[in-house]
Design a protein around this ligand. Structure first.
Ligand code: AMP
Length: 414
């Protein structure tokens, strides 16, 4: 299968050839014809599967026909400023041989300047929900929008944007196409899809909640207090060129960065307490290779597009199993190989089981020589019975939630 066979036009074919795309990815093969045919689409596609091009290319293609009416023709909503930037940069590359005006509307930039630019005739707007609402309140009309895209819808809902999406939806014309992309298939996403999609065609790429096949997953058992040391050892001894490291909290991200610094490893930190400008700057510096370790928390991790990122390390497992899928989706992007390493202590032994249940595969557990967990800690420090019952309760709760969320699995397009 080639992009040409999917009906993609020459200006776009030339642009993606320049970017080195040879064949469409699965989600592109499935979604492109549907988007061109103006169907509503509900796609469960993880980040790194090429979903931006899956909606971006066919929408750009549709926009080559001049508009009959004035105003914005495509709105792409994304949860974070970083992801919006990536979509913007990607679409601009795809559209470089066409005359289509694309604009990004995210917070932290001058609203008035954005308003002036909008007046110059913008075809595609890529926005975070809050900023788009601000613009509509100041007069931006969405009444001629032909296509509405929600990218990473699950994360948008997790971040509390449900109300904003409900507010924006009635501002769109009755007849418009909606494309919903989500990495996971949660109850919240299902509810939203009922509200905003009309006779959608489901595109399910791979197992739901599965990790990408090209990612090698492994867990190293280690004592809590030796995690930082093991991390520094792995990075140093294996000569990892660049690593994205996840922590569960902002506090442990800061503490870990300090520890690594002591070991002579320069790191960047991305978490919710950092300003947007700072997060963006850190990401750019990481991409440019100013430092080899980027420590991030879950919310901030969404929307980070780092090409060829070979290693993701879970310094701590996420508290929500679905976040594991998002985290490891940072590596192995677009068919490339990647490795996801989790450092797990005795407290996380049960969390990893929940993750394994969710992704439907076993993550091999190993010990690193010299960092083997102290076998006495189990008896000394951990009240095993209490721990087990606590975890059992929370894992049962999570399991019930998961089963509820996935009780109606959408049909897959053959
Ligand atoms: P996405 O899932 O949209 O975030 O895309 C992940 C990465 O894959 C981006 O860096 C894209 O530029 C790249 N990509 C998308 N489609 C293809 C393709 N067909 N071939 C090679 N790389 C691609």
């Amino acid at each position: 299968m080639s992009f040409e066979k999917l009906g993609i036009i020459k200006p776009l074919l030339n642009a993606i050839a320049d970017m080195g795309y040879k064949h469409p990815t699965i989600v592109q093969r499935r979604a492109i014809p549907l988007v061109l045919a103006k169907s509503d689409v509900f796609a469960t596609a993880q980040t790194g599967t090429g979903k931006t091009a899956a909606f971006g290319l066919p929408l750009l293609q549709r926009l080559r026909k001049p508009q009959e009416r004035e105003g914005v023709r495509v709105v792409i909503l994304s949860p974070t400023r970083e992801l919006s930037m990536q979509i913007y940069e990607e679409l601009k590359e795809y559209a470089k041989n066409m005359s289509i005006n694309i604009m990004i509307l995210v917070g932290g930039k001058d609203l008035e300047k954005q308003r002036q630019k909008l007046k110059s005739g913008i075809d595609i707007v890529i926005a975070t929900p809050g900023r788009l609402i601000e613009h509509t309140e100041k007069g931006l009309s969405l009444k001629n929008v032909e296509a509405f895209v929600l990218d990473e819808a699950d994360r948008m809902l997790d971040m509390g944007f449900t109300k904003d999406i409900r507010k924006l939806h009635p501002l769109l014309p009755k007849r418009h196409q909606t494309l919903l992309f989500s990495a996971t298939y949660s109850e919240k996403v299902r509810k939203l899809s009922k509200l905003i999609l009309k006779k959608p065609v489901f595109v399910e790429t791979g197992k739901k909640n599965s990790t990408v096949d090209t990612i090698n997953q492994i867990a190293y058992l280690v004592d809590t207090e030796r995690k930082a040391e093991l991390l520094a050892y792995l990075i140093g001894s294996r000569n990892y060129p660049q690593v994205l490291v996840f922590t569960r909290t902002k506090k442990s991200a800061d503490e870990l960065a300090l520890e690594l610094k002591k070991d002579g490893l320069k790191c960047g930190i991305i978490h919710g307490d950092k300003t947007k400008a700072n997060r963006l700057k850190t990401l750019t510096q990481f991409k440019e290779g100013h430092f080899k370790v980027l420590v991030a928390t879950d919310i901030a991790s969404r929307g980070l597009d780092i090409e060829h990122l070979p290693y993701v390390i879970n310094y701590e497992l996420p508290s929500v199993a679905e976040d594991y899928v998002h985290r490891v989706g940072r590596t192995g992007r677009a068919g490339r190989e990647g490795e996801a390493i989790s450092l797990i202590d005795i407290y996380e032994k049960y969390d990893i089981r929940n993750i394994e249940k969710l992704i439907g595969e076993k993550i091999p557990q190993e010990r690193v020589e010299g960092f083997e967990p102290d076998p006495t800690i189990r008896r000394k420090d951990v009240d095993e019975v209490k721990l087990k019952s606590e975890h059992k309760r929370s894992s049962e709760k999570r399991e019930r939630q998961y089963n509820k969320n996935t009780s109606h699995v959408p049909t897959t397009i053959p």
